[in-house]
Design a protein around this ligand. Structure first.
Ligand SMILES: NC(=O)c1ccc[n+]([C@@H]2O[C@H](COP(=O)([O-])OP(=O)(O)OC[C@H]3O[C@@H](n4cnc5c(N)ncnc54)[C@H](OP(=O)(O)O)[C@@H]3O)[C@@H](O)[C@H]2O)c1
Length: 316
């Protein structure tokens, strides 16, 4: 649950159909992949207005998500994001609404279920919260959220208009949010939506120091845990996942997701993949049941591993 919005235990990050992981699939393939995810039980789909190759074709991803979910719209929860890093010209409400209207048109819908501010930038969070409250009252969004924010920002925003979800980076190798943010969200009935939950592929165990990323629009060129040196340094974490994958007859990516699903009741990860089979594999992580003993032993072993590379809440 993301506040009062019901979603599947695992969602689908749709970004890679348009952005961030090199060559994008055809529109036909992407639409089918999203529909397959839906048919497999996924009801939570994550997109953003800026997701497009090289950030040059705004709305590309929303158009695909809109086409894929047309016809099943009422059974799907769509989360999208607006990018507004500098103070709005005119009223913040007017600017946010303009972005939202464009997104809704591309998504072929009359409402967004969750509308996030993608990055804080230099805008007053109180003004954004006020604008989001108005959009909720008008029925144009069901809930709102922030992305890559600390607990002070969350608290300031939540006091103006209660938040439905926080979307921060979170995985076995990016655990900054465990300290204050996830507990705050739990106490205040706010969903926590981890992005890059498989650490951009590292935790699948499929990446080695020899794996080559693509030249254009591929975050794997700079994700710190994926430098040649750090892939080697992080191998004990991957080995740990492989060990549990064997015990549980699952895959390392599934164990990394099952770990966070077990750990927190309010966490809904949105793994990203542009591969139909892996999308199903990731959704099925909700079927991997860790016992209390298995979780504790996995957690203890993880805590003993040093993590090489850190993105944190500061950047992308
Ligand atoms: N709020 C924000 O600022 C923000 C930032 C980044 C992302 N996001 C959202 O979060 C979603 C997920 O993040 P992400 O895509 O960066 O990271 P991720 O889910 O941690 O990892 C994606 C990478 O892992 C690979 N992968 C995924 N599942 C796999 C599996 N089972 N086996 C092997 N490899 C696998 C994918 O390759 P293949 O495609 O080849 O499977 C891709 O290279 C995005 O789609 C987006 O919606 C939000």
């Amino acid at each position: 649950m993301l506040r009062d919005i019901e979603v599947s235990e695992v969602g689908m990050g749709c970004m890679a159909f348009s952005h961030s992981y090199g060559k994008i699939p055809t529109e036909e393939y992407s639409i089918e992949a999203i529909r397959n995810g839906f048919e497999h039980g996924c009801t939570f789909f994550d997109t953003a207005e800026v997701y497009s190759q090289g950030l040059s074709d705004i709305g590309h991803n929303e158009l695909i998500v809109g086409k894929a979910l047309k016809g099943v719209r009422d059974k799907a929860v769509i989360a999208t994001k607006l990018f507004l890093s500098v103070p709005a010209f005119g009223s913040v409400y007017g600017t946010v609404r303009k972005h939202l209207e464009a997104s809704l048109k591309r998504l072929q819908t009359d409402r967004a279920d969750i509308y996030y501010l993608h990055r804080m930038g230099m805008i007053s969070v109180e003004k954004v919260a006020e604008a989001m409250g108005k959009l909720i009252d008008e029925g144009l969004i069901r809930g709102w959220g922030l992305s890559q924010v600390d607990v002070d920002m969350i608290d300031r925003a939540h006091k103006v208009t209660p938040l439905a979800a926080i979307q921060n980076i979170y995985s076995m190798v990016e655990r900054d949010s465990e300290d204050k943010i996830i507990p705050y969200c739990m106490e205040n009935n706010i969903g926590f939506v981890p992005f890059s939950p498989i650490a951009s592929g590292l935790l699948s165990g499929k990446i080695t120091a020899e794996t080559k990323s693509e030249h254009y629009d591929d975050v794997r060129n700079w994700v710190p845990q994926l430098s040649k040196k750090n892939i080697v340094g992080n191998q004990p974490i991957v080995d740990l996942l492989k060990k549990y994958a064997e015990i549980k007859n699952a895959t390392p990516a599934q164990i990394s997701l099952a770990w966070m699903l077990y750990k927190y009741p309010n966490v809904v990860p949105i793994p990203g993949s542009k591969n139909k089979e892996r999308i199903i594999e990731n959704l099925d992580s909700s079927l991997v049941e860790l016992s209390e003993e298995e979780f504790i032993s996995l957690e203890n072993s993880l805590n003993e591993c040093k993590v090489y590379g850190h993105r944190g809440l500061g950047g992308f």
